[in-house]
Design a protein around this ligand. Structure first.
Ligand SMILES: [Zn+2]
Length: 322
């Protein structure tokens, strides 16, 4: 496992953590040097391989004292190993209040029932609804979230790697996602608010802010205004031209919004049916479950823009119309 860490210069190191997923085999965490202790950003998924990568990375860094672990957002590949890593290092665990609540929600057994009901309301057939169980099984096995010891949010500051890092709220991909902006070097640790190769996933879950895609658009605007010189993300390569990448992600969503309007031109439909009209019926149950919550994020955004409407049928099914 050579090359698990890489120095990015000026007190910042990037750590490659393994993900056992088709199509996404790594997550990046970051280590910032500091006195009296270093700062880590994100923990990876809570697998044995992830913990082994951390042991190797910390040894390669000279086993520095770790003062704190910042969790950028509550998703499994960022928070999953946080309890193990906090136990290994004795670090304080910092996250936003919103995502501290989200992390608790997703580990509550009631969340399974809420997700199943959510999928049913949006028209999913039984095999897709059942896929929620598989996702839950992965969640309980590989996700061990640490309880935060300190809550941080927009405008808070941390000192690390010889400069002040401002906490920037960047909701959309996750409701309570935060980024860190180095005020001297103008480096941005952007987590999954902006990614190089894919548009960050945006979905509507049983417990979500009302318009996550609207949040994502506002976040892209905000990231452009920060004046960062480079964005280091949770996956893929660093982003040098933040304005250009933001434009590409906006264009991707504009295309998706147009496709959904066209899909609804064929007649009123629930989110599942719209998703099938756009992607065909070739997705497996778990991929479909994810496609439906992503479709829903676009539908809800069109509704908030006044371009489509939604009604709830007597049985609870939610139907969208042009
Ligand atoms: Zn991620």
């Amino acid at each position: 496992m050579a090359g698990v860490i890489e120095s990015l210069g000026d007190g910042l190191h990037r750590i490659r953590l393994p993900l056992p997923w088709k199509g996404l085999d790594h997550a990046w965490s970051y280590a910032l040097e500091g006195e009296p202790g270093w700062t880590l950003v994100d923990a990876g998924l809570g697998t044995a391989e992830n913990l082994a990568a951390w042991r190797q990375a910390l040894a390669a860094l000279g086993d520095p004292p770790i003062a704190r672990l910042v969790i950028s957002h509550y998703h499994t590949d960022h928070i999953g190993g946080s309890r193990d890593l906090a136990a290994l290092t004795g670090a304080d665990v910092l996250m936003s209040p919103t995502d501290a609540t989200q992390a608790r929600h997703w580990h509550d057994p009631d969340a399974v029932a809420a997700s199943r009901r959510h999928q049913e309301q949006h028209g999913c057939p039984p095999e897709v609804v059942e896929a929620v169980f598989d996702a839950w099984a992965e969640l309980v096995t590989n996700v061990h979230p640490a309880a935060p010891t300190r809550l941080i949010d927009d405008g808070d500051v941390l000192v690390a790697a010889g400069e002040t890092w401002r906490v920037v709220s960047v909701p959309g991909h996750a409701d309570g996602q935060i980024a860190l902006f180095g005020t001297r070097s103008r480096r941005l640790l952007v987590a999954d608010a902006m990614l190089d190769r894919i548009a960050p996933f945006v979905g509507v879950h049983p417990v979500s802010r009302p318009d996550p895609l609207g949040d994502q658009f506002a976040t892209l605007d905000r990231l452009c205004r920060l004046g960062a010189e480079v964005a280091h993300a949770g996956h893929f390569e660093p982003i040098a031209d933040i304005g250009a990448r933001a434009a590409e992600i906006r264009a991707h969503h504009a295309e998706r919004l147009a496709a959904q309007r066209s899909a609804l031109a064929a007649g009123s439909a629930d989110a599942y049916t719209v998703s099938v009209r756009i992607t065909g019926d070739r997705l497996g149950p778990n991929a479909r479950r994810i496609a439906v919550v992503e479709t829903l994020a676009h539908l809800v955004h069109l509704e908030r823009r006044g371009e489509i409407s939604q009604r709830v049928e007597a049985g609870g099914r939610v139907v969208f119309s042009l």
